[in-house]
Ligand binder design. Structure first.
Ligand code: C5P
Length: 404
């Protein structure tokens, strides 16, 4: 018995060079015990053949919406129902656009529109196509309706370019399938939202207010939660870190965009608010670059940003049952953390000393205190990865009724 024994996967193969990797994906899914059936788009058939897919799945592959034999045999509606999960790999820019727009002009898009099954997409395209606002908009639309995403990874592309757009590797996709269909670990079946990194608050189109947060701790927590079997949505401010594997990452810039993304990602079982959100933004940000004038200083007027943690923790509906905040302090760490716990309305504060001598900001290790309404616990200095793992294990125990 392996993780995916008895699970049925419908693999929709889109038309991109990464289609050759989908053949390997079939093998990886089958060796985990899943049965796989394939739909190939017209584009996919420029790269691989239905015969190759059938040879590897051991089942007939499907290509045509109006194929009389196919329709008599299984039919597109049955294809859209007879599986546990639909995987779209590679999910090309065009296929994502069709899914987001609700198009149904071939077998793949019709099945994707007709289905109520969970869907996992593995985007693969040229870096500029991936970063294009249209694709990013489509991605958000798909995530908002619950489509799961794995990758893309950063790396060398077929066109001798470099950047995000490479399809996740077959083993990463298979791991994402396992997380969806056979979750195991202390947070299996839980949805965890993590905020991470700084926010950038614009002064004008080229300048912004920021802080020194690297996002290392928040990203490590997102990764550890995914490894513990959770479905993780990481809402990240601008950082230079790669997206953690197996995590749905929503990139934002400002505090207000971060709050909106958190609200969109709800409901969740656990909210972990590790982002260093800017307290203020410029309320008279220039639409054009503010010009330097002799002797005259720009008159910037600041206004308070929404407190994301407090806003979510105080919701009467849809508050994640377990809410974790961070307190980065330079003095009276525990006292301030206790006050913050009450003020923000969260269940647990992870407090740390970020005075410059500690090197926490941007560094790789952290000394934290876990502060709840009834307890303070100080952990030894650990790497941020180990803090993340220990925290995730603790949250798993708390969800299961263990030690707070
Ligand atoms: O008030 P302070 O910034 O010290 O609070 C830190 C905690 O609150 C962190 O968990 C941080 O992610 C969260 N926070 C927030 N939105 C803000 C400010 C802080 O979610 N605008």
């Amino acid at each position: 018995m392996t993780a995916l024994t008895g699970k049925r996967i419908l693999l929709v193969i889109g038309g991109g060079i990464a289609a050759y990797k989908s053949l390997d994906l079939i093998r990886r899914l089958r060796e985990r015990g899943a049965s796989v059936r394939c739909i190939l788009t017209n584009g996919a058939q420029q790269f691989i053949t239905p015969l190759a897919a059938s040879a590897l799945t051991g089942q007939r592959s499907h290509t045509d919406l109006f194929d009389r034999e196919d329709e008599a045999d299984i039919g597109h509606i049955k294809l859209a129902r007879d599986a546990d999960l639909i995987v779209v790999a590679p999910a090309t820019a065009n296929l994502m656009a069709k899914m987001a727009g609700g198009h149904a002009d071939d077998l793949a898009s019709t099945v994707l529109l007709a289905t109520t099954l969970p869907i996992l997409i593995a985007p693969a395209m040229n870096v500029r196509m991936w970063l294009h606002p249209a694709t990013q908009r489509n991605l958000k639309t798909l995530q908002a309706v619950g489509v799961h995403v794995v990758g893309p990874n950063e790396g060398a592309m077929a066109e001798a370019e470099f950047g995000p757009g490479r399809m996740a590797e077959p083993l990463e996709i298979a791991a994402a399938v396992e997380r969806l269909l056979a979750p195991s670990g202390s947070l299996a079946g839980k949805h965890v939202i993590v905020t991470s990194g700084p926010t950038h608050e614009p002064i004008d189109p080229v300048r912004y207010i920021a802080n020194r947060s690297s996002g290392k701790q928040g990203h490590a927590i997102a990764k550890a939660a995914a490894e513990a079997g959770a479905r993780v949505t990481l809402i990240s401010g601008p950082v230079t870190l790669p997206d953690p594997a197996g995590v749905t990452v929503v990139h934002v810039e400002s505090a207000r965009a971060m709050l909106e993304a958190v609200e969109q990602a709800l409901p969740a079982d656990i909210g972990i608010f590790a982002a260093a959100v800017a307290d203020w933004r410029v309320d008279n940000a220039g639409e054009q670059k503010i010009k330097k004038k002799d002797g005259a200083l720009p008159n910037l007027s600041l206004t308070e940003n929404p407190d994301i943690l407090a806003t979510i923790a105080r919701r009467t509906e849809g508050r994640p049952p377990l809410m974790v905040g961070f307190a980065a302090e330079t003095e009276n760490v525990i006292e301030h953390a206790k006050q913050k716990l009450a003020r923000k309305g969260c269940d647990l504060i992870v407090a740390n000393d970020v005075s410059t001598a500690t090197g926490v900001m941007g560094g790789d290790s952290n000394t934290v205190h876990l502060v709840t309404a009834s307890d303070v616990e100080t952990w030894p200095t650990l790497s941020k990865t180990d803090v993340a793992k220990k925290l995730v294990a603790r949250l798993g125990a708390m969800m299961g009724g263990g030690k707070p």
